[in-house]
Design a protein around this ligand. Structure first.
Ligand code: CP
Ligand code: NVA
Length: 312
């Protein structure tokens, strides 16, 4: 089977379901679609198709980037929150999924548990695309890898230092690193840990790619010689104890002093939204090392590639 055919009709629930070669291929398609978009060349590969979007958490980038990508591909999107749907009045996911499946060629969903996106996928024939769960944010991961490739020319052999909640975004970066051969150092306070399923996945796959995936309480260890400095909030959507988290994560702030521990040409990344003065200071986001808006733009190009590849 050719590379192209391997994607058609496939769910995109986590990058753990994709091989390094498949991820690189999605990045190549993303780069090509980005070139076409920059040259204003039409790329309506999904003309006449319909894509459902169910978002149970807030979103700016994911919602708008998907809706823009869907429009560029010539398809139509339908957006709803569970509160607006019969889901809120008790209709089961298995019925909702089968109904949407009769109208739409794919479902993009943002929710809490990974088991929820898995349940939609089980009951839908058409592909389900994970737009963020508590476990993982694979669309963010693709945009991050494309951004790193653009700014550093490669992914393999680099070192990424991460500060922030060791949740969805962090766990996705750990998976990306272990599959693509990039060291990922996660600097977090004591009492916090990434999910065991992610730690186990990295332990199994990092040796194959030559990556080191390390969780440390030592910010300096994480930042030393880092090519990429990545920050995220300490209080992700759905996490309890926001004030305690802010206090616990305060020593891990990326600012003018701490960023000096990384390589002088390190790039600064953030999935956004950023909480200036918490995980990062304003001068870093606005400074010359920051690529956060390239990263946000790349959400659209990489999601477009996923849609173009998986929608049948
Ligand atoms: N990075 C990201 O997913 O942003 P939104 O929550 O705004 O979609
Ligand atoms: N970790 C963050 C990412 C938002 C894009 C959250 O889940 O809130």
């Amino acid at each position: 089977m050719g590379m192209r055919e391997r994607f058609r009709g496939r769910d995109f629930l986590t990058l753990m379901d994709y091989t390094p070669r498949e991820i690189e291929y999605i990045l190549d398609v993303s780069a090509e679609l980005k070139r076409m978009w920059m040259r204003r060349e039409p790329h309506e590969y999904l003309k006449g198709r319909t894509i459902a979007m169910i978002f149970e958490k807030h979103s700016t980038r994911t919602r708008f980037s998907f809706q823009a990508a869907i429009a560029h591909l010539g398809a139509q999107s339908f957006y709803a929150t569970p509160a607006q749907m019969q889901l809120a009045r008790g209709e089961p996911i298995k019925d909702t999924a089968r109904v949407i499946d009769r109208y739409c060629d794919a479902l993009v969903i943002r929710t809490y548990g990974q088991e929820i996106v898995e349940e939609y996928a089980e009951y839908m024939v058409h592909p389900v695309i994970n737009a963020l769960t508590d476990l993982t944010h694979p669309c963010q991961g693709l945009a991050d890898m494309l951004t790193i490739r653009e700014h550093k020319g490669r992914i393999k052999g680099l070192k990424l230092a991460y500060v922030g909640d060791p949740w969805n975004v962090c766990q996705t970066l750990m998976v990306c690193g272990s599959l693509l051969g990039m060291d990922v150092y996660v600097a977090i306070p004591e009492g916090y840990q990434p999910a065991k399923v992610i730690l186990d996945f990295c332990e199994e796959h990092a040796p194959e790619s030559g990556a080191q995936v390390v969780v440390t309480h030592d910010l300096e260890e994480a930042l030393r010689d880092a090519d990429v400095v990545y920050a995220n909030t300490s209080h992700s959507m759905g996490q309890p104890d926001i004030e305690k988290r802010k206090r616990d994560f305060a020593p891990y702030q990326i600012n003018a002093e701490t960023i000096k521990m990384a390589k002088p040409d390190a790039i600064f990344m953030h999935c956004l939204p950023a909480y200036r003065g918490e995980e990062v200071t304003d001068d870093i986001i606005e400074g010359p090392q920051s690529v956060v808006f390239d990263q946000a733009e790349n959400r659209m190009h990489t999601e477009k590639a996923v849609l173009a590849l998986v929608v049948p």
